[in-house]
Design a protein around this ligand. Structure first.
Ligand code: VTB
Ligand code: MG
Ligand code: MG
Length: 362
């Protein structure tokens, strides 16, 4: 008999990071989401980004821990806050963590008031997150039923280099449905033109998103979300954040750095320029011309054992609601947070700003 996963067992198996920081993590993304939501639909993505970064940083600096931003808003000279290498937390206590943040994932979506923007972050023990450099990653994301199917059929494995049809056939069998019933989410970009054609040729249904393929990636691991596969290239930070949730939920991410970004239609000269610019920094992260094309799996993207993840919705998403604002500082915000012990929380938080006119209702 498998041991029942009671709350007590979860609490005992949680690592020190999960125990100390998971309860607060969701408040950090909530604060950033609420701040961003005040800027929803105002057409100013940079300002929306700015206020969410500020809110997230203020929250992180209230917590007793020693954190280092490993995936953040960019290089120190370009980003004043939550830059790569920035130390956050009060520095008190003996919990040390590496952090990946995207305080406003989907800046255009928030600025336009369209679905899919979130505030998101993950933490793990030092060395527990792949240092996603400023380079695209190609990826495929699937849920845990596919991993189970692969175990039972060792010759049938999802492969980043395999034809789309081969991968989707495996997913369809794993989910016990027809390819025509699958939904594949992919960013609507010119660089994905041929991939989108390939997906459609299999008969699978395509859901094009203008931005924000991170939560759809997480959704592949959640039954009933309506998303079965995420494909295509995007920011490597987003890929690591996706992998961190997938590592906790079960499922699989395969990814590979894309350099030069030829798929974007760059000239030879531009390709050389990009390489010359980026390779030296990549080398400091252990990425060389020899290993840059290696396929990274979930454990390579997130080697950490004590991993926590939180995301809060800003505009409506696959399963997260938008932030509601009620006046007087009242806000309601919807999040998912989780830790390596296997606990997943869907939180519907209400912040009461005005007790005489509280928004609390069932
Ligand atoms: C990807 C995707 C993100 O930006 O990083 C994408 O993962 C990259 O944008 O969810 P470009 O193709 O325009 O460079 C997002 O859509 C938003 O951050
Ligand atoms: Mg961002
Ligand atoms: Mg982003």
């Amino acid at each position: 008999m498998p041991h029942p996963k009671t709350a007590e067992n979860m609490m005992k198996s949680a690592g020190p990071i999960e125990t100390a920081l998971l309860p607060s993590l969701v408040h950090v993304t909530e604060a950033a989401a609420i701040a961003a939501s005040y800027q929803m639909g105002r057409g100013n993505k940079n300002y929306a980004d700015h206020v969410s970064v500020e809110a997230m940083r203020r929250m992180l600096n209230c917590l007793d821990f020693k954190g280092v931003i490993k995936i953040g808003e960019g290089e120190r000279d370009e980003a004043p806050m939550l830059y790569i290498g920035e130390e956050v937390g009060t520095g008190e206590g003996d919990i040390a963590v590496d952090i990946a943040v995207d305080p406003l994932e989907g800046t255009n979506l928030t600025a336009d008031g369209t679905p899919g923007s979130i505030s998101v972050m993950t933490m793990a023990e030092p060395g527990g997150l792949f240092h996603g450099p400023d380079v695209y990653m190609d990826k495929i994301v699937v849920g845990s039923q596919v991993v189970k199917y692969e175990k039972e059929h060792p010759d049938e494995k999802i492969d980043l280099d395999a034809p789309v049809k081969q991968n989707l056939e495996i997913v369809a069998k794993a989910l016990n449905r027809d390819i025509e019933e699958l939904v594949v989410v992919i960013l609507d970009r010119e660089r994905h033109e041929s991939k989108i054609k390939e997906i459609r040729a299999t008969g699978a249904r395509v859901s094009l998103v203008t931005d924000g393929d991170l939560m759809p990636g997480v959704s592949t691991a959640i039954r009933g979300s309506g998303v079965h596969v995420v494909m295509g290239s995007g920011g490597s930070g987003e890929a690591v954040l996706t992998a961190s949730a997938i590592k906790i939920l079960g499922g699989k991410v395969l990814a590979r750095l894309v350099l030069p970004s030829v798929a974007n239609g760059m000239s030879d000269e531009e390709i050389e320029k990009e390489k010359a610019e980026k390779m030296p920094r990549l080398k400091t992260m252990g990425i060389t011309e020899e290993n840059i094309n290696d396929i990274l799996d979930t454990d390579k993207l997130v080697p950490g054992k004590d991993v926590i993840f939180a995301a809060s919705g800003i505009t409506p998403g696959q399963f997260l609601h938008q932030v509601n604002l009620f006046g007087g500082g009242d806000a309601r915000v919807n999040s998912i947070s989780m830790g390596s012990s296997g606990v997943v929380k869907f939180t519907d938080s209400i912040y009461i700003g005005d007790k005489e006119d509280t928004p609390l209702r069932l």
